[in-house]
Write a protein of this length. Structure first.
Lengths: 550, 153
């Protein structure tokens, strides 16, 4: 299985690297992009792969917590698929950013770098959620692997599963909020959190079904779950058709009707049919994400197809490599008899250590909230909650892992690990605080106007406005609400009255020096250009009010 | 949406609760049964409410959560665990639903959140299998449902 998976993955991955290179060097212009939403296939692929990454947690953590005994049979396979899918999923937002080297700007460190990182933005929530989910999933997998060797660690699995259970649902809820809180009407859905969670679990179950078939095994309960989830998704699709008048018959056919074949026992006995049903479900859910991100028919480029191929190829390669690597160090994990015997273990639940870890997580989340509110008091606290739980879960997971390390080796090893982790965190924190040196091609003090007509010609000033200001303030002086909303709190409307009360000189200074969330533009525009821009902004405000342009 | 329709929704949601987990059922059948209940709730909301009501999108899922809460009272085992999970699901739907709506200008209501955990706490102090406790919990959940409408006004 590993070798075939690796070869299949490489066949898809290697050519697709050209698409990734093109996407990174050209940016969003390289893929099909809607002018209404500005989001393309990287986001659709991200939502799809992060959904698949939920399989491991569903089978390993959620079913463990709920006391489902057959989960041992697929837990390890699903956990590996989670790590591989999560790695693939994390690469797509970086491609979507266009500037992956500046990804650290999504880390919510308040105003520490004199640049406001908006914790109201789903981009920041995404980063925190994916990072935490990835870290905690790796810790959980390691705990699972070591517990095979050392039975005493088994008692930490259920407490850890209790941390992962809400975390995985939280992560996909946050992914749904990427859409639900925007200004694009088709994306606004208050029911999206639950809808996305069920969609993610459905695709995760389908992925595990495929992996089970590829490993020449059969777990009937996974097939049952596939049918059950198809019904849940039917209910969501019907509601979407009612609320948004969005209707995709192809989803009903491939995502709902095809899984119903599994009701027929003769058909269900055929391995190829079971695999094809799971593939049909995955394809329909991928298409659903594409339809959600790009509601109108767009002209796809080769980069769009390349990115889809990159996702599948990278997953297969990562999954196969993980299996090869772990088979070397943990061969027992691949022995079905050993894994089957695990369920016979009767283990206690480490209540005390669990609650201590929950306390550590709660304290960390509380400290973060206090720090952030201290730095940005105007910030609406309720919109910070999406990042608080992942931060708490991360600290609780690390704390529980340290207890497990102390159990596996010695207390002093755990203390040493904690110290090393703290040193690492401080070092990374310091790097983030410092940021990277941003160098503009223009000199900060002797900037020359690119176009000598700027400041004198209205046409030239309009061009400068479109280049420097329109991204946030809009071409017509009305806010580019979608863009601003994703990154910053909405500022006051710059009406004619407000502009006149502030004064042109004062506003020119704001352009050059920055204020609140407005970045300083000194070094990128001259003093004369700043003044010309303010005058142009005023002329737009006059136009908006219906008056003659002075 | 009128308060009468809202109360009717609570009653309607609670009807399938005693039957859903009573008999042992295969997973796909149970999944289909819950989904059909949700579909019926959707039709009910479509009939009695209008999209102008800010919580219109959430209502069938809130009904589902209420139904799951009440249905846990009829479980043979692990009633406390599943009742807690069902209440958390209800809180989840409400919190993230309202958070999404708050970005569209609908004011975020904190009071339903105060009410729901209060409705959920008694299960830890009461005997989960006594008839009186079950009745009391059902009444509390119904009260939480009605109060959440009152707070939205």
């Amino acid at each position: 299985m590993n070798r075939n998976f690796l070869i299949f993955g490489l066949v898809l991955l290697l050519p697709s690297l050209f698409a990734v290179d093109s996407a990174l060097s050209i940016g969003p212009a390289s893929w099909a992009l809607s002018q209404e939403s500005f989001w393309g296939t990287p986001i659709a692929d991200f939502v799809f792969w992060i959904g698949l990454a939920h399989a491991g947690t569903l089978f390993s953590a959620i079913l463990l917590v709920l006391g489902v005994r057959w989960q041992h049979r697929v837990a390890f396979l699903a956990e590996l698929s989670t790590i591989a899918a999560l790695g693939v999923a994390a690469s797509f937002p970086l491609i979507h950013l266009g500037i992956p080297e500046a990804f650290y700007n999504m880390i919510p460190v308040g105003n520490a770098r004199s640049m406001y990182v908006n914790v109201e933005s789903p981009l920041v929530w995404d980063f925190v959620a994916i990072f935490v989910y990835g870290t905690v999933s790796v810790l959980y997998l390691l705990l699972h692997l070591f517990s095979i060797r050392n039975a005493s660690l088994e008692k930490y699995r259920r407490p850890f599963a209790w941390i992962l259970f809400p975390l995985v649902l939280w992560v996909h809820t946050i992914v749904s909020l990427d859409f639900a809180v925007t200004f694009v009407p088709g994306w606004q859905g208050a029911y999206f959190p639950l809808y996305f969670i069920f969609g993610a679990l459905f695709s995760g179950v389908a992925l595990v079904q495929i992996l089970v078939e590829l490993s020449h095994r059969r777990v009937r309960a996974v097939e049952d779950l596939l049918i059950a989830f198809s019904w849940a998704l039917l209910a969501f699709w019907m509601w979407e058709a009612n609320v948004k008048a969005v209707w995709h018959p192809e989803l009903l056919i491939f995502g709902f009707l095809v899984p119903q074949l599994l009701w027929i026992s003769k058909v269900r006995e055929i391995s190829v049919v079971r695999a094809l049903v799971a593939i049909s479900v995955m394809a329909s859910l991928w298409w659903e994400r594409i339809g959600l991100v790009q509601p109108e028919n767009l002209d796809w480029t080769w980069v769009d197809l390349g990115l889809a191929s990159f996702g599948i190829g990278a997953f297969c390669v990562a999954f196969a490599l993980l299996r090869i690597l772990l088979k070397k160090f943990f061969p027992q994990a691949f022995d079905e008899d050993v894994m089957e015997s695990l369920r016979e273990r009767v283990v206690s639940f480490e209540r005390k250590k669990f609650w201590i870890s929950v306390g550590v997580g709660t304290f960390a989340a509380g400290a973060f909230a206090v720090y952030f509110i201290w730095n940005a008091p105007a910030f609406p606290g309720v919109r910070m909650i999406p990042v608080l739980f992942p931060i708490g879960a991360l600290c609780a997971g690390i704390s529980l892992s340290l207890f497990a390390i102390a159990e596996l080796w010695k207390t002093r090893v755990a203390v040493m690990c904690a110290v090393l982790l703290a040193v690492f965190a401080v070092a990374v924190g310091g790097l983030l605080y410092r940021g990277t040196d941003v160098s503009y091609t223009e000199s900060l003090t002797t900037v020359e106007s690119v176009n000598p007509a700027l400041g004198t010609s209205k046409q030239a000033t309009a061009e400068l406005w479109n280049a420097r200001c329109a991204a946030c303030h809009g071409k017509d002086g009305n806010l580019n609400r979608k863009f601003v909303h994703e990154f910053y709190p909405l500022p006051q409307t710059l009406s004619l009255e407000r502009l006149d009360s502030l004064g042109l000189d004062s506003l020119s200074k704001v352009v050059l020096e920055g204020r609140n969330y407005m970045r300083p533009f000194r070094g990128r525009v001259t003093d004369a250009e700043a003044f010309a821009l303010v005058r142009y902004m005023r002329s737009l405000a006059v136009q908006k009010k219906g008056g003659a342009v002075p | 949406m009128t308060s009468f329709a809202y109360m009717l929704a609570a009653l309607f949601a609670m009807i399938p609760a005693p039957f859903l987990f009573k008999a042992p059922m295969r997973v796909p059948l149970r999944g289909a049964a819950i989904a059909i209940v949700l579909l019926v709730d959707e039709v009910f909301v479509w009939l009695v409410s209008s999209p102008e009501y800010p919580h219109y999108e959430l209502l069938p899922f809130q009904m589902l959560a209420l139904m799951l809460c009440v249905s846990t009272l009829f479980l043979g085992r692990r009633r406390r665990l599943y009742a807690s999970l069902a209440t958390v699901l209800w809180l989840w739907i409400d919190f993230f639903g309202m958070l999404s709506l708050s970005y569209r200008g609908v004011p975020f209501q904190w009071l339903p959140f105060a009410v729901l955990p209060l409705a959920f706490l008694p299960i830890f102090f009461m005997h989960p299998y006594k008839k009186e406790s079950r009745f009391f919990l059902a009444v509390i959940w119904a009260a939480a449902w009605i109060l959440s409408f009152v707070f939205e006004l």
